[in-house]
Design a protein around this ligand. Structure first.
Ligand code: SAM
Length: 227
């Protein structure tokens, strides 16, 4: 799929996105909010006090309430290519500062979160998008990418059976790191696997910090810093 087809796909899915993702994630945890909170909790461990946060490829805004909760002092911005998804987000979170993607990439932020977006970006466009995201960081700012872990069979199953991911081409952690390393002005500060524990094993989440090397998590993260 090209950029326009991806946009149309997510416009068409905006109304049912929440329901579709709940079904998809049910394999891991039936409460889809659990998964979003899990990721933002990881973000907070990695980056404590940004003043400005951009949720790039925010979709209908599933991360918003947790970004607001974990970063109460930060200004939270959101951008996506799908206008229908953004309309949905605006209705639920009128306080969020919604930006057009181009406008967002012209500004600078302390933290940019890019959650499950890159696997929808056409292969030829990934390098330039990552480079532009790095450029949209303040000096010392951080880019935090979350991606599905293609090495996890449960993740593979969820992706292969989910209508949202029909266009998805997953990328391994090494490929994601390579995209960062191609940027002269960025370096990988940390990376690891995450989403090991469904809600019923939530109490074990503190142990995850010793498991980041294990390619068994549902997703992985790459934290890149702007030099
Ligand atoms: C799977 S959804 C993830 C939504 C949200 N980040 C989350 O974690 O719930 C992928 C989102 O990325 C957006 N997207 C895809 N390609 C994009 C691009 N090149 N620039 C910005 N957003 C993009 C889609 O419109 C869609 O809303």
């Amino acid at each position: 799929m090209d950029y326009e087809q991806v946009r149309t796909q997510f416009d068409n899915l905006a109304e049912v996105y929440s329901e579709v993702t709940s079904n998809q994630h049910a394999f891991f945890d039936s409460n889809t909010r659990y998964l979003q909170e899990y990721k933002v909790a990881v973000a907070k461990q990695l980056v404590q006090d940004p003043t400005t946060v951009l949720d790039y490829g925010c979709g209908i805004g599933l991360l918003q309430e947790f970004l607001e909760g974990y970063y109460p002092k930060a200004s939270i911005y959101a951008a996506d290519i799908s206008q229908d998804s953004l309309s949905h987000l605006r209705r639920r979170f009128p306080q969020t500062k919604v930006l057009d993607c181009e406008a967002a990439l012209q500004q600078c932020f302390d933290l940019i979160v890019v959650s499950c977006v890159l696997h929808h970006v056409p292969l030829d466009d990934r390098e330039s998008l990552v480079s532009r995201l790095v450029k949209a960081l303040n000096p010392g700012g951080n880019l935090l990418i979350f991606e599905h872990n293609p090495l996890n069979p449960v993740t593979q199953h969820m992706v292969n059976t989910c209508p949202i991911d029909e266009d998805a081409i997953l990328l391994r952690r090494s490929e994601c790191k390579r995209l960062i390393n191609l940027c002269d002005d960025a370096e990988v500060k940390k990376s690891g696997y995450t989403l090991f524990f469904p809600g019923m094993l939530k109490a074990l989440r503190p142990f995850e910090k010793w498991m980041r090397w294990l390619p068994a998590g549902g997703q992985y993260f790459i934290l890149a810093g702007k030099k």
